[in-house]
Design a protein around this ligand. Structure first.
Ligand SMILES: [Zn+2]
Length: 463
């Protein structure tokens, strides 16, 4: 099977939901359907947590989040109470697929792969990811001169790394921005596929993630905030159709002997609500504030009495729970001998925490060392996934409630789902649905397709 294949194209669709592509909208998506009919396809288990940062970097290194020491968009950088800071590309210490291919003399073109800002040298070309602050004023390409080339194709400063704000009530402008961003990214990809030499080409489109978060309530009758008959009822479906068409245009331009992989980093599902984790910790006696706020306020801005606090947590797609340990945190009060029993107690209580009516929601709390081969950098003391990802974690305090139905960082209709999608088509690749795979299997599979050995420390396996 390898040997016939000289190049690999990965089309990354951030957050693309397998049930929508494989089942619900399959009839609307001729190009993805054709890839499925001609190739192998399946669901793919994402990382825990299933979050963009670290998921794409895990996919490209075949290493789990603990091994990378990246536990989410934001990470603890020391044991103080200073809060979390954003993980940029400099946090990724393991070689990524393009580093390995580059050492073997193969060239890569990387367009918006999450985890590539700041950009770094590559044998080929790199356009930084959606975390690039403002491409008009920051260097977002390697080599730097690539910027002029992009301006030449799209017009000056027309390339968008992301939309300006997807958690907004201004849906019309957002939708327009999403289409603009996507069209420009694919226009660039189309141009480079034909005009640049490459062995490995990868683009990641963020639009699907944005359209899910902003428009899910208009199409899913199970959503608590479902709005029937909205002009946006088909916004998500129509956007998938549009992306399918753009994929078709890319496929039409592919050189022979190219394998194509379409992949997402996680799926998407409706959101039922948020668990105000620090409110809960206060009620349970684990967290003490000198004063309860008059309005919802991020914990970092509140007067925590650390001498009376055993546990605190962060908001986000999942809850990172931290224990105030003696000898570790500046004012730690939980001794080493209490630490494990406290974690046991928290796991039991968190997993029993139901919805606003006390009905079970299937929360799971994990010790990070259970999930990962290694726990580099500073892992949370517990990784808590609320209600099988139908609930998110709310870090702010001041709701006088544990169950909250508006997100504290802006309107957001969707959460991430554990299953991502995977479609692979090319000369010699057998067609049909295959058994589910793991996100860590992608990099080894690409190496095998291109005829390279899989480094023994990669944690996935080649298909
Ligand atoms: Zn993502």
């Amino acid at each position: 099977m390898p040997g016939n294949i000289e190049r690999v194209l990965i089309i990354g669709l951030d957050c693309a939901e397998p049930s929508l592509v494989f089942d619900l909208w399959r009839g609307y998506l001729p190009n993805l359907r054709r890839l499925m009919e001609q190739g192998a396809w399946t669901t793919m288990n994402s990382t825990t947590p299933p979050i963009t940062i670290p998921a794409w970097s895990c996919m490209m290194t075949s290493k789990d989040p603990g091994t990378l020491g990246i536990y989410g968009f934001r990470n603890r950088k020391d044991f103080t109470y200073a809060g979390l800071s954003f993980a940029t590309s400099t946090a990724v210490k393991e070689p990524r697929l393009w580093d390995i291919l580059g050492q073997a003399g193969k060239s890569s073109i990387l367009l918006g792969v999450p985890g590539t800002y700041p950009v770094s040298p590559v044998n080929g070309a790199m356009v930084g990811c959606f975390l690039t602050p403002d491409p008009a004023t920051n260097n977002y390409t390697y080599p730097a001169s690539l910027r002029d080339e992009i301006d030449g194709v799209l017009g000056k400063n027309q390339y968008r790394v992301d939309v300006s704000n997807y958690r907004t009530e201004n849906k019309a402008d957002l939708l327009r921005e999403i289409y603009e961003m996507t069209d420009r990214r694919f226009a660039l990809a189309k141009h480079w596929i034909q005009t640049k030499p490459w062995d490995f080409f990868m683009l990641v489109e963020m639009g699907i993630d944005r359209v899910h978060h902003a428009f899910w309530r208009y199409f899913d009758p199970q959503h608590r905030k479902y709005e029937p008959g909205s002009p946006y009822a088909h916004a998500i479906r129509d956007y998938y159709l549009h992306v399918d068409q753009l994929i078709g245009e890319l496929l039409d331009r592919l050189p022979a002997r190219t394998a194509v992989i379409v992949v997402s980093d996680h799926g998407s599902k409706r959101i039922d609500g948020g668990i105000a984790i620090n409110e809960w910790l206060i009620r349970q006696g684990y967290l003490t504030l000198a004063e309860y706020p008059k309005q919802p306020t991020p914990l970092g801005m509140l007067p925590v009495d650390w001498t009376k606090t055993k546990v605190w947590s962060e908001g986000g797609y999942y809850a990172r729970v931290f224990i105030n340990r003696q000898g570790r945190e500046p004012q730690g009060i939980v001794s080493s001998s209490q630490y494990e029993s406290l974690r046991d107690e928290l796991i039991l209580k968190l997993e029993a925490l139901g919805d606003e009516a006390g009905r079970p929601i299937g929360t799971r709390a994990y010790r990070p060392e259970q999930l990962y081969r290694k726990c580099n950098a500073i892992p949370p003391d517990l990784v808590t996934i609320f209600g099988q990802l139908l609930w998110r974690s709310i870090g702010s305090v001041g709701y006088h409630a544990v169950h909250v139905f508006d997100n504290d960082t802006g309107p957001d209709d969707a959460n991430h789902a554990q299953d991502a999608l995977f479609i692979m088509s090319g000369p010699g690749i057998p067609a049909g649905r295959i058994a589910p795979i793991d996100l860590l299997d992608v990099a080894p599979t690409v190496l095998k397709l291109l005829g390279f050995p899989v480094p023994p420390d990669m944690q996935g396996r080649a298909l």
